[in-house]
Write a protein that binds this ligand. Structure first.
Ligand code: BG6
Length: 482
């Protein structure tokens, strides 16, 4: 993966005037260009309803890149890069415009030597996916093409299955790249390397040694002006069904026979099939009221733009998950995610069973802290192993200490953006970090019973969620890296 250069191609971005294009897709393409990872012959064509000239599109992308690119913007790279950017306006459902669009892409091929290679990137709201796919199919534009589909992929199992059949009506599964941007994060890929390139962890990676697992995706932001989108989603659809189940599958799957897309995804699907459907009685849903985050007063969810009166949409969810297989039976996995928490932190903590017989006194603790391994997915990326050590002094007191790996310190570089990796892999045709049809459908089944909206417990913004979430995990407690 990674180092090969993609074949010549045009990247078509549907939804080119939207937020995702500006914040993620085009800054990622710019950084790939800067790092010389794009093919010599490439073009990026924005497609959206908004009428705009090529020059206006370039100016707006320049502004977007200067705001959102991790490397900033430099004329030395930007000026040659923007020569590859073009724009086409039209409605996704207008057949005449599509005929012109096909011609337009042929002209782009002639101009940039892109030889008919296509990567269609759907950065539109999901309601546009079927129309775009049908048009591509009807005009015979699916040959030598791949399609990237953004989340949300469906609204439940039924709609995800429908969307899969629409896609399969035009594309073969290996041409379809369903994005879950968590899989593009370096720290998530490192879970595979950590587990499968080190002999010492595998023997203890099971129910005999692991007592419980916690996965936490906390965000300090609110819904960031996306209230009306979020009303149709909620934390379970937005984070649990995709990002969190992917984290869990990566952490808990069996070792694949080979490091390729099909072997890895087969193991993930097998693991997802072993996860029991999540029980509403073991789930807590919350919604934030006004409060203080980072020293700033913030409004409650009901006051956010686009939120319906009396909304029961959950902005927080905590749940217990059970995996019914030989490796994990009886090991509780706790998931917690929320908006407007005190800080942004995505972590996975694996707790190991305590020593069977305590010889030493824990210093200042009611009981010694259990050995645990914390994977800091973000920020402050790294891994910590926490264990007990003797407190210096005449008696035998034990206190927890950390052995720490930190990305910045070890590699002297900040990880690349997830979208860079994912767009490059899609251009290369490597689906390892993308979700397969059966994987998505199974993930929806797992959360099916907890999707219906119901009562939510309120929590003040800037706190770790409703008290009921603490009761769910008691006598354990939610763990946060210090
Ligand atoms: C997106 C969700 O998929 O992930 C957002 O729609 C969320 O609501 C975002 O804020 C979090 O991504 P990251 O990479 O900042 O953890």
């Amino acid at each position: 993966m990674g180092l090969a250069r993609p074949d010549p191609q045009v990247v078509v971005i549907f939804g080119a005037s939207g937020d995702l294009t500006k914040r993620k897709a085009v800054p990622a393409l710019y950084n790939l260009y800067r790092e010389n990872l794009l093919p010599g012959n490439f073009a990026v064509v924005g497609f959206a309803r908004t009428p705009m000239t090529k020059e206006e599109f370039r100016a707006s992308m320049r502004e977007a890149v200067s705001r959102h690119s991790r490397s900033g913007i430099a004329d030395r790279y930007w000026l040659p890069f923007e020569e590859h950017l073009d724009y086409f306006s039209g409605s996704y459902g207008d057949p005449d415009r599509w005929i012109e669009f096909r011609k337009f892409l042929e002209e782009i091929d002639a101009q940039h030597g892109t030889q008919g290679g296509r990567l269609y990137y759907c950065a539109t709201p999901p309601s546009a996916f079927p129309e775009i796919t049908h048009s591509i199919g009807e005009l015979g534009m699916a040959d030598r093409a791949r399609i990237v589909v953004e989340k949300p992929f469906g609204y439940d199992e039924h709609t995800a299955t429908d969307l899969n059949s629409v896609l399969h009506g035009v594309f073969q599964e290996p041409q379809i790249f369903r994005i879950d941007h968590y899989l593009g994060k370096e720290t998530v890929q490192n879970i595979l390397v950590f587990r499968f390139s080190n002999g010492m962890f595998e023997p203890i990676w099971n129910r005999s040694y692991v007592e419980s697992v916690q996965i936490d995706v906390s965000e300090s932001v609110g819904v960031e002006g996306r209230g009306s989108f979020y009303e149709g989603a909620g934390a379970i659809r937005d984070i649990v069904q995709n990002h969190m189940l992917q984290l869990l599958a990566t952490l808990a799957m069996e070792p694949p026979a080979l490091f390729d897309a099909e072997s890895i995804r087969n193991e993930k699907v097998k693991l997802l099939r072993s996860i029991r459907q999540i029980d509403p009685a073991e789930t807590v849903k919350g919604q934030y009221n006004s409060g203080v985050v980072d020293g700033r007063a913030v409004p409650g969810y009901p006051e956010e733009d686009g939120v319906e009166d009396g909304s029961l949409t959950e902005t927080f969810a905590a749940m217990k998950v059970s995996i019914d297989n030989w490796r994990w039976a009886g090991v509780p996995v706790y998931l917690r995610t929320g908006k407007r928490m005190p800080k942004r932190a995505t972590t996975i903590t694996v707790f190991f069973h305590g020593a069977p017989h305590l010889l030493f006194e824990a210093s200042g603790l009611e009981r010694p802290e259990r050995n645990h391994l914390t994977i800091r997915v973000q920020p402050d990326e790294g891994i910590t192993l926490t264990f007990g050590a003797k407190v210096p002094g005449p008696d035998m007191k034990v206190a927890p200490v950390d052995m720490d790996f930190d990305y910045d310190e070890s590699f002297m570089s900040a990880p690349a953006e997830a979208y860079e990796r994912l767009i490059l892999d899609a251009m290369l045709g490597d689906a390892t970090l993308f979700t397969r049809a059966d994987e998505i459908e199974r993930s929806w089944q797992i959360v099916e019973k907890i999707l219906p909206k119901g009562p939510v417990d309120r929590y003040p913004a800037g706190t770790w969620g409703p008290v009921a979430a603490d009761e769910l995990i008691a006598p354990d407690t939610w763990h946060l890296p210090h």
